[in-house]
Design a protein around this ligand. Sequence first.
Ligand code: FAD
Length: 388
Amino acid sequence: MTHHIVILGAGYAGLATATGIVRRLRKGEVIVTMVNDSPFFVERVRMHQRTVGQERAERSLASLLTHTGIRVVIGRASHVDLVRREVGVRIDGGERTLPYDTLVYALGSMSSCSAVPGAAEHALALSNWSNATKIRDRVLEVAGSNADIVVVGNGATGIEVAAELAESQPNLRVTLIGQRPLGGWLSKRAARRLHRVCERLGVVVRDDVIVTEVRHDSLLLDGGETLAADAAIWALGFSVSPIAREAGIDVDADGRILVDGTLRSTSHPDIYAVGDAGAAQGSDNRPLRMACATAIPMGKYAATAIAARLRGEIPRPFRFRYVFQCLSLGRRDGVIQFLHPDDHPTGFVLVGRPAALYKEAIVRGAALSARGYGRPLGRLGLLRVRRD
Ligand SMILES: Cc1cc2nc3c(=O)[nH]c(=O)nc-3n(C[C@H](O)[C@H](O)[C@H](O)COP(=O)(O)OP(=O)(O)OC[C@H]3O[C@@H](n4cnc5c(N)ncnc54)[C@H](O)[C@@H]3O)c2cc1C
């Protein structure tokens, strides 16, 4: 009997799973259906480039998946019915249900700013492509007037956005704020480099800062200080869809699905969770970070495990070792921090123009790899990067 596999989310993880499955199984053995809320595969790792008006990093899923036999349903997944084994999808105001034998949950994550008063109303969260476009529009609106742009969150995403904005719009006064020291998770050399590049680009760096309220033209900080902000960009608080928790699937405190060593839900073995939405463990038994670099290997592995089980084989457990983390600092600079397998930084760091080129190659390779290409990069370990 034909086995129905439904994949929720056509980001890096979902796409890598889908293309992996059709490579491993023959037509007729399985029917693969992908559900995505947009007709495009979006290169989310380029979202900071979008905020300064750079290329549209999205490709039509229909054209990417031509001749693969993968069915694509454009709609918003609304719920999972674990008893009936079906998924509800909202399409143009109506609801459709899709039955599954195996469900792959790959709905990713988004930056959420609901926890701080005023943030949902006044801050621009870097959560998806359309929000990145809103940020671009706001930046262009204020670009000529020495405006104050505050990027909230000094993890990797906040750093990349701040550097991109400062490089492309030198008139802007860009401030990068966060609670932790800038680059504190990197080696000393990489952190020093971050500070130096921020200084060169004119980005004001402020650590140890907590935002207590967002207003339409400013941010209130915990010491009572007010920081002027013509635009506040929210680059922290990445959270996942509530669908899994609401369905009754076992999740961790962040709502990521708890999985076993083969990326299957610990509570529902007919469900695999990959990418940001799955709480897979790394070599030191800590949850893997939300990253494109972890999402693609998870997707590829899930495809292997699903194919193995359908053939009656027992899949080997998922193994992941970090190799490096890439940070772009505008289009001409960057930092590549090489890592120990457990994600701790080594002393080896690549910086400057070579790092910017290296990162660009990785980003291109990641998109290819998710689409089913990129084996050489994967073999060299070049796609395993860490991200906050
Ligand atoms: C600015 C920025 C820069 C980054 N840079 C890097 C980097 O350099 N290296 C790195 O490793 N990581 C980076 N990341 C993190 C990386 O983008 C994510 O970890 C990665 O995209 C996760 O892949 P995913 O497939 O789990 O989710 P996603 O790529 O987010 O895909 C999820 C998909 O599900 C769809 N979806 C969501 N909800 C629904 C629903 N209810 N119904 C239907 N479809 C739905 C979405 O539209 C999307 O297509 C960056 C993130 C940002 C924001």
